[in-house]
Design a protein around this ligand. Structure first.
Ligand SMILES: *Cc1c(COP(=O)(O)O)cnc(C)c1O
Length: 443
């Protein structure tokens, strides 16, 4: 393969590991680093890192030698180091912090299966990862080797998918599905493929980044039996893009798997337009399409990684127009309380009248677009696609309002508040009838 020009920075300490061992993913897994003693062979640990590594109540630490070898030992602020090595004070509570900030547990009809959107479901197939990210959005369940899904739970997930024909897209995540025993992953994919209404299967995995040697020819052959299969990897910083990762992605692409990337916006790691631009350029060079850039979730451990949402908007402002459209991810806030991903970005629509809209481009150039005055409306009655659409009650959303199915979306307690009879007034005067409201209140 062509030399893509990425320098592999294998730490001198690993130079004496034979190549066969280094490039064996099982060796990588069984030689993960997790203690002060392990890391001190390689890095000068700070006091806070030492204390973090000695605490037993922190989220699990385990990092492959390959990923550790990407850390620059001379840089205490190394962006890879910050993602995986714990700090003593990482679990500082902050306003808004929640264990399950995306309310995934509430959206799970059976344990481990999150069915939030109309036509797709997220299947948590394992609690294990190749290495553990300090800002993990699922630290409430991930990492504990005892807390993994049972055969019975697997079966219940599959049964739910079978009896829910609106699900056409199943996303395998966890934990990391590529840490499953190969035979178990194959069985799972086989069982999903037997369900006729499942059109696409996706894998969400950071294994190619933590351990690119896991992407073997056998794995690619196995996966390619289950097309259409898509994959999202998770790269946050250009330093994670190595020759080894490039090779792994090349293999996956040749196996016919379209690759995307999901990254998380992290303070001190990638909260910079220029780092992000280099990241997305390096990703498209290895044929990985930036998919989402996530605002950091409100979970314990992520406090010191959070940036203002406006930082993400600034990054998108610095990408759109400035670089290839293929290289631009969608910046999203995963709604606290479980509303799903909400895209946020700069505003390009400046104004509008009954015949014109005014737009601005990335350079600040302002233009007016004349709207057509002879638009023949789409013929809904004679459109077979419009006529055959199906929507679950309550999920037609804002688009449903546009289609005229209903006249509004009514907030909690709206109807009571506006039934202003004398009796209602009297009750509202009574302070004991007032209850604080918030996400998670059951009424
Ligand atoms: C992210 C996510 C999906 C997939 O969303 P896409 O926007 O289709 O990538 C599905 N279900 C849940 C619960 C999710 O969090």
């Amino acid at each position: 393969m062509k030399d893509l020009g990425f320098a592999s920075k294998i730490a001198a300490q690993y130079n004496d590991v034979p190549k066969e061992k280094w490039s064996d993913w099982r060796w990588q897994l069984s030689h993960r680093l997790n203690s002060v003693e392990d890391f001190e062979q390689i890095l000068q640990l700070s006091e806070s890192e030492k204390k973090g590594l000695s605490k037993s109540d922190l989220f699990r630490v385990d990092i492959t030698p390959y990923f550790v070898s990407l850390i620059d030992p001379n840089d205490p602020d190394d962006p890879i180091r910050k993602q995986v090595i714990p700090l003593e004070g990482e679990i500082v509570p902050f306003t808004g912090m929640m264990d399950d900030s995306l309310a995934e547990d509430r959206d799970s009809p059976v344990p481990g299966l999150v069915h939030r959107y109309p036509d797709r479901a997220l299947m948590l197939v394992t609690t294990q990862c190749a290495s553990y990210c300090r800002y993990c959005t699922r630290s409430r369940i991930v990492g504990d080797p005892m807390e993994t899904f049972s055969k019975a739970e697997f079966n219940a997930q599959i049964e739910y998918l079978k009896r829910t024909p609106q699900i056409r897209d199943v996303l395998l995540s966890g934990g990391d599905p590529l840490t499953l025993k190969p035979s178990i992953l194959e069985e799972l994919l086989t069982r999903l493929r037997e369900i006729p209404h499942i059109e696409i299967i996706r894998l969400g995995t950071r294994t190619p980044v933590f351990m690119p040697m896991r992407v073997t020819d056998e794995l690619c052959d196995m996966l390619s039996q289950f097309h259409p299969l898509w994959m999202n990897i998770h790269v946050n910083h250009p330093n994670e893009i190595t020759t080894e990762l490039a090779e792994a992605c090349d293999k996956l692409s040749r196996a016919g798997i379209p690759l995307g990337n999901q990254s998380v916006l992290l303070a001190g790691v990638n909260d910079c337009v220029h780092i992000q631009r280099k990241l997305v350029h390096d990703l498209v060079k290895i044929r990985v399409r930036p998919y989402y850039l996530y605002q950091c979730d409100l979970v314990p451990g992520a406090g010191h990684f959070r940036t203002p949402v406006s930082k993400g908007i600034e990054i998108i402002e610095g990408l759109r127009g400035h670089t290839s459209g293929y290289a631009i991810p969608t910046f999203v806030v995963d709604a606290p309380g479980g509303g799903g991903k909400i895209p946020v970005g700069p505003t390009y629509l400046i104004s509008q009248s009954d015949h014109k809209i005014v737009l601005r481009n990335y350079e600040g150039y302002i233009t007016a677009y004349e709207e057509p005055d002879t638009y023949q409306k789409h013929d809904v009655k004679n459109c077979q696609y419009c006529q055959s659409k199906r929507q679950e009650l309550g999920q037609s959303g804002i688009h449903g309002l546009l289609e005229g199915e209903s006249f509004g979306i009514i907030p909690q307690h709206f109807l009571e508040t506006h039934s202003r009879s004398e009796e209602q007034h009297r009750l509202r005067g009574d302070a004991s009838k007032w209850k604080p409201l918030g996400i998670g209140s059951e009424e």
